[in-house]
Design a protein around this ligand. Structure first.
Ligand SMILES: Cc1cc2nc3c(=O)[nH]c(=O)nc-3n(C[C@H](O)[C@H](O)[C@H](O)COP(=O)(O)OP(=O)(O)OC[C@H]3O[C@@H](n4cnc5c(N)ncnc54)[C@H](O)[C@@H]3O)c2cc1C
Length: 471
């Protein structure tokens, strides 16, 4: 993968830069030795690795601002980092960049149940927000499968989603306010604890900006009342296409389950092996459908969904009867990426979105591509949102196999655009899809986006290798 040319002046002044950072931060907040930099070389897209120039670990907003002022003055590139779980290489370092790790800024600052919001630092984990409010029967809705590790600053920067975003929306729909430190070290306060904001929709602009416009130091999120109850059901089908058609029928009927997830045969077997959730091993494709509400609401919705599924001749249908059964169903789904790692240690996790009516067509064409490339694929995804995650299995010890996997992945994403969808669903562009952006956007559109980046970051110091094709 091509990276922007490193700045020779910055590389030559490495020791001086590390010394300068130590002068503005506590000694233990600056990492410069080769061994200690190792854990920061990669993120969830492990196919790419690059050691940074240094890593800093600020503990408060003033320290973030001091680092930004220093880097801006010395023309040093900056890569913000949360937990490093990005699957698109969003947190991949550059040789001449300082990685700003946000994990020490991990405090919950305020919880307001009356007005239903929480103010948190960016290094609070996604699950940490729900854990902080669940005793009062509240929760934070977006639930990426990486929620035990990934941090809210990373979630905002990638506009992350999750299984339950079908009903509640993604991060953007659950955000109220932000504090952002610019590359000049200025603090911007955007939105607040209230609905909407005067003027341009800055919140929308910063959400999903992949660490390219500033560093988030505070996030205000909506918290919601927990539902009265929830129940999951499983429906197994004898082909991916039929299961895809059933998803479209459920969504177009107007029913909104809280989650509607899809697994194909390789995924069903991998997940059942470790979760023992009772997934139907004879099925080619499985839908996990969850509804929530009062007992009556759940019963009514499940009845309507079962009627729709029945029209697609499922080979099995089962509604979970206990909280333990539901938990096992979700344990399998949420651990799916790890489970596929047991079949193939190396895989690329793609992420694209399509209209749900295209599911049967796109799943069929992915199957054909898998045959053409001679690489296996497992499909596990947020079907109700049309958000695909084909996992392309390859052998990392064989460069040809890796290149084939990359080409296969690019073909899938181009297909998503071709059928009226989008290059990303929830994992962002990062380095992974950077060179495909011109498939989705015209030169004029990309120029406008570059103009916005330049307005925030005139020297292009903030995470510059991501999102835009290298010129
Ligand atoms: C097993 C697994 C399952 C996953 N499942 C899902 C899923 O279901 N849904 C989903 O959406 N994603 C999923 N992901 C992807 C990933 O977890 C998300 O993209 C997540 O939001 C990244 O958060 P992070 O804290 O790890 O951020 P990082 O990976 O460290 O960074 C991600 C991006 O955010 C920027 N960034 C981080 N913190 C800040 C900050 N404070 N200010 C400015 N920029 C910042 C970085 O520069 C980078 O561009 C999964 C990943 C894994 C490994």
């Amino acid at each position: 993968m091509q990276q922007p040319a490193p700045k020779p002046d910055v590389l030559a002044k490495r020791a001086e830069i590390i010394g300068g950072l130590k002068a503005i931060l506590p000694n233990d907040a600056v990492i410069g030795d080769e061994i200690s930099l190792k854990p920061y070389e990669t993120d969830g897209l492990t196919a790419y690795k690059q050691a940074p120039l240094a890593v800093v670990l600020p503990s408060d907003e003033a320290q973030v601002a001091a680092v930004m002022r220093f880097c801006n003055l010395h023309g040093v590139r900056v890569v913000p980092r949360g937990a490093g779980t990005s699957l698109s290489g969003g947190a991949l370092p550059l040789e001449d960049a300082v990685v700003v790790g946000m994990m020490r800024m991990n405090r919950i600052l305020e919880i307001n149940y009356a007005d239903r919001y929480a103010v948190v630092q960016p290094g609070v984990t996604n699950i940490g927000i729900t854990q902080a409010v669940q005793d009062e029967q509240f929760f934070y809705a977006p639930d990426p499968s990486s929620q035990l590790a990934c941090m809210i600053g990373g979630n905002v920067s990638m506009n992350s989603g999750g299984a339950h975003c079908l009903k509640y929306g993604v991060t953007a729909n659950n955000l109220l306010g932000l504090r952002l430190v610019t590359i000049e070290g200025e603090v911007l306060e955007i939105g607040g604890a209230h609905m909407d904001a005067a003027g341009y929709d800055w919140l929308g602009l910063i959400t999903g900006s992949e660490g390219q416009l500033g560093i988030l130091t505070e996030v205000t999120v909506r918290i919601l009342r927990s539902p009265e109850g929830a129940r999951a059901m499983l429906a197994g089908f004898d082909s991916n296409e039929v299961a895809g058609a059933c998803v479209d029928a459920i969504i177009s009927s107007g029913i909104i389950p809280v989650a509607l997830e899809f697994m194909d045969r390789p995924a069903i077997h991998a997940c059942e092996d470790f979760a023992h959730a009772g997934y139907p091993l004879e099925a080619e494709a499985l839908l996990i459908i969850e509804v929530e509400g009062s007992e009556d609401e759940q019963t009514d919705m499940l009845r309507r969904i079962r009627d729709i599924c029945a029209a697609y001749h499922p080979i099995s249908m089962r509604v979970s009867e206990t909280a333990e059964e539901s938990a096992a169903i979700w344990k399998g789904r949420k651990g799916a990426f790890g489970a596929v790692g047991r079949i193939s240690p190396d895989y690329l996790c793609m992420d694209g979105t399509i209209p749900t009516s295209q599911l049967p067509n796109v799943l069929r064409r992915i199957g054909q591509m898998s045959d053409d490339y001679g690489l296996k694929v497992a499909n596990i995804f947020h079907a109700g949102d049309g958000n695909l995650h084909p996992l392309i299995m390859f052998n990392a010890n064989d460069p040809e196999s890796f290149h084939k996997a990359e080409a296969f992945g690019a073909d899938i994403l181009c297909l998503c655009v071709e059928v009226g969808g989008c290059l990303t669903g929830e994992h962002g562009v990062g380095v992974e899809k950077r060179d495909l952006m011109s498939v989705q956007f015209t030169p004029a559109e990309l120029a406008q986006m570059r103009g916005i980046k330049t307005a925030f970051d005139p020297q292009w110091l903030l995470n510059p290798a991501k999102v835009f094709p290298l010129q």
